[in-house]
Design a protein around this ligand. Sequence first.
Ligand SMILES: Nc1ncnc2c1ncn2[C@@H]1O[C@H](COP(=O)(O)OP(=O)(O)O)[C@@H](O)[C@H]1O
Ligand SMILES: O=C(O)C1=C[C@@H](OP(=O)(O)O)[C@@H](O)[C@H](O)C1
Length: 168
Amino acid sequence: MSFERIFLVGFMGSGKSTVGKLLADSLGYEFVDTDLLIEQREGMKIGEIFERFSEEYFRKLELATLKDLLGRSRIVVGTGGGLGANPHAMDLMKEKGLVVWLDVPFDVFLQRCAEDPNRPLLKMGLEKLEELYTKRMEVYSKAHVRLDATREPQELVNQLLQILRGKI
Ligand SMILES: Nc1ncnc2c1ncn2[C@@H]1O[C@H](COP(=O)(O)OP(=O)(O)O)[C@@H](O)[C@H]1O
Ligand SMILES: O=C(O)C1=C[C@@H](OP(=O)(O)O)[C@@H](O)[C@H](O)C1
């Protein structure tokens, strides 16, 4: 497994973007957030892509975006919550790098994301969201490393740096 690529996966609000940026800075790696890359390429916010096209269209875009990044080195990738829950994407990421699951409790996810208008999945309602959360855990748990995402972002970065020490 390569430590030249680090993929952060987890449910919405688990801190993939926040922790990913800090980790990339510490390592001197590039940071890429798949959602931001998609927004730049499409010239549209995620919410607009869901509305004007469809969720299915977005899912294809995010898998293609991930594939574009697999060949890069010295990179930290913050994935969208659905990408890390896609078993095929998980296999690809595990083959190419270290996959880190930021495990966030459902109630903490809600506190962190409830107000965000650019996370269209929040519209599905609490019950369905909780079902989705439970289902996704099965795939996230295949990651190489699990971290408790309720800890402070810098603490999570330090934990990862310890894991990586001597390997990079
Ligand atoms: N470890 C953390 N502790 C406290 N707040 C956090 C933590 N990680 C992220 N947040 C906050 O939660 C929100 C979502 O974080 P973000 O990094 O965008 O998550 P993701 O990319 O996984 O959806 C942001 O407001 C961010 O500041
Ligand atoms: O969980 C999901 O299916 C999604 C999570 C979002 O990313 P974050 O996990 O960064 O919020 C974004 O990709 C899109 O709204 C769909």
